[in-house]
Design a binder for this molecule. Structure first.
Ligand SMILES: [Zn+2]
Length: 398
């Protein structure tokens, strides 16, 4: 079962609040979806996992790279396997077409799909994804060839049993020229149709808008996805070279999204605080990104003023000071920043423990930010809240 209902929208922009209903409950949007690639949120135990509202697991990793899917099928799908009652999405494997393929060949990082100068690697690697009309051949770590196409992706996602599943697509590289991106989009469109035809389950299947940083291709993609019978719409990367390009892409497609306001909209791989505001303002409902959990594992935490890298020794904290004043997450209730810093400096296994504690804080922080944004839209004060938040928030590493 899957339903989406828009409850209220801003009078001044595309920001809106809604509810996604599944057999496991009701989920308020805007909503943050955390990375649960291998059917777990790394470092979290079962008790902390209960606090998470939504996560995204990965079809390629679960269904192709490892054979975890058999265990999951036996348990009756991801929710039961993980004993998780939150919202679950599965990524179709389309992102791995990029991360195993042109991401390596073009020497670019993955976060946010923005190539930005610092992300360009000097050493370029072998492209491990060979794309054909039927699907993609991946070479795994051991050199073995594995195949994933629209049919395989949907069948795996049906076995995994997430609430939301995604159409199999090719996420192109920001360095692809117009001609390649156009050809890729036409293939992705053919795959989208196939995915819809193959799906038999009651899961919500989202179509993905691709088209790189090309206005006519983004529009063509949005028009095409709208013409099919998807239960939701996702926006995929690449989204240009920086935030202003991302805003541009969202502005190109927003009129098409507004033609089908009854569908929920997801933004793939985007989730820095300042990007959330840009997306929500342009009608996006849900977001997924690795940063809250990945950065916690590397010692960084989010606060309303900035992101703090606790592995650096130069910052001064007062005795008893929390990561963020008044934060009500379990970590902040139990530990001060100084105690957490001591744990970071100490040897394993305290390091695993502290990674968990910081993950708990970051997940709480991002969920809390989404709740505040939701409240501001309901009260008709989204613009004011955005201004106030961004004025205080300086995203710099200390
Ligand atoms: Zn906290």
């Amino acid at each position: 079962m899957f339903e989406f209902k828009e409850e209220k929208r801003s009078k001044f922009c595309g920001a809106r609040v809604g509810i996604i209903k599944t057999e496991y409950g009701e989920f308020e949007t805007p909503l943050y979806v955390f990375a649960g690639t291998d059917a777990e949120i790394r470092t979290l135990d079962k008790k902390s996992l209960k606090e998470v509202k939504a996560l995204v697991a990965n079809t390629y990793h679960l269904g192709v790279r490892t054979n975890k899917i058999k265990e999951m099928e036996k348990s009756g799908g991801l929710h039961k396997y993980m004993n998780f009652k939150g919202l679950i999405m599965t990524d179709s494997g389309g992102f791995q077409v990029f991360s195993y393929g042109f991401s390596r060949e073009h020497g670019i990082g993955k976060i946010g799909f923005f190539p930005g100068k610092s992300k360009v690697k000097t050493v370029k690697e072998e492209n491990l994804a060979q794309i054909t009309e039927k699907g993609v051949f991946f070479k795994d770590e051991s050199g073995k060839k594995k195949f994933l196409g629209p049919e395989e992706s949907i069948k795996i996602q049906e076995k995994l049993g997430a609430d939301i599943i995604l159409a199999f697509d090719e996420c192109t590289s920001p360095f692809h020229e117009y001609e390649y991106t156009k050809k890729s989009l036409e293939r992705t469109n053919r795959w989208a149709k196939k995915c819809l035809k193959i799906k038999k389950s009651g899961q919500a299947l989202y179509g993905i808008i691709q088209g790189g940083f090309f206005k006519d291709l983004r529009e063509e993609s949005a028009r095409f996805i709208n013409s099919l019978d998807f239960q939701g719409i996702a926006v995929g990367g690449p989204l240009g070279k920086d935030r202003s390009d991302m805003i541009q892409v969202l502005d190109w497609i927003q009129p098409f999204l507004e033609e089908k306001p009854e569908l929920p909209r997801h933004m793939l791989g985007i989730g820095k605080p300042e990007d959330l505001f840009c997306g929500i303002e342009r009608g996006m409902d849900t977001f997924d990104c690795v940063i809250p959990t990945r950065e916690a594992r590397h010692g960084s935490v989010y606060t309303k003023n900035r992101r703090i890298d606790l592995t650096r020794g130069s910052m001064k904290f007062k005795k008893g000071e929390r990561i963020e004043k008044k934060c009500l997450c379990q970590t902040c209730l139990d530990f001060s920043v100084l105690e957490l810093r001591e744990m970071i400096k100490s040897e394993n296994p305290r390091k695993t423990e502290v990674a968990k504690l910081l993950t708990v804080h970051n997940i709480f922080w991002f969920q809390n930010l989404m709740d505040k944004i939701r409240k501001s839209i309901l009260e008709g004060k989204f613009k004011e809240f955005k201004k106030e938040f961004l004025k205080e928030y300086i995203r710099k590493i200390i």
